[in-house]
Design a protein around this ligand. Sequence first.
Ligand code: DAH
Length: 337
Amino acid sequence: MQLDLTQASGFAGEIAASSTLSELNEVKVKYLGKKGLISLLNKQLPSLAPEERPAAGEKIQGLRNGFEALFQERLEKIGREAREKAILSEYIDISMPGFPFVNGSLHPVNRVYDEIVDIFTIAGYEVKSGPEVEDDYHNFEALNIPKTHPARDMQDTFYIHGDIVLRTHTSPVQIRTMESQKPPIKIISPGKVYRCDYDVTHSPMFHQVEGIVVDKGVTFGDMKGALRLFISRMFGDDLDVRLRPSFFPFTEPSAEVDMGCVQCRGKGCRMCKGTGWLEIGGCGMVDPEVFRFVGTDPDVYSGFAFGMGIERIALLKYGIDDIRLFYENSLKFLKQF
Ligand code: DAH
């Protein structure tokens, strides 16, 4: 009997035709698997005459070696092709334009806040802060606003519980500073304040900057000079400052601070309702009662204080007519700054 090798020799074409790993493996199973065409030949060896077996065995081994060589070669080629394909598909066109990098900008309120701090620190003021959750004593009592005082009604206070409130102004920082520091004192205190109020010119949270200067011989004239300096640095030195008599429990005498209208520069326009003036804050000489609360002798020391709304200054500076625009976070609005 002779071994028939024809079927088991047909692998070359099939290996060459395999284009994927799994196709190639199928061919391997077909020829070299347990029941593969080459493996089956081995099982026929015992049926040969003993003297024919060595030669037949060599032929089978020859087929096996031939298969392995072609298989290996094809395997490497398929691997190489797959890698090349991956490299091509992962190609990055480095000449393509990138995604634009969008730069943020400072919020107009922060911008004005920073400018205020700069103007006053250059003039020798220290910056102090105080708690936004404040007690009744610092927010009202020590500022000469007792429980029954009608001025409390003006402030639309948010009460937390008992004697704890959200501060309605930055004036409590005056008290805290004078409690912990002896004159001379020359500070500003910018920060958030809260009032239960909401319309075109009011927001439940807004910013104020408080200023206080205490020393021997501080005068009303010094106060006007400080305010004039601030207004000229912030809005231009052609604008005048005017102090109108007013009332605040913590200052005596007290005044409203007006400055020349930013739009018509004092001539009279719609913005200033024809008056040429815009109101930007309150001020006055520290009331002797307040000095007594903090243990400063009003016969030795005098001082002035002022308070302004930072949003109000930003509205005037940028010609904006609705305070709510500051808090809606519309990019259309914010991008203009
Ligand atoms: N605290 C006042 C308010 O919020 C503003 C103010 C007025 C502050 C006069 C002062 C001042 O220091 O002297 O309405």
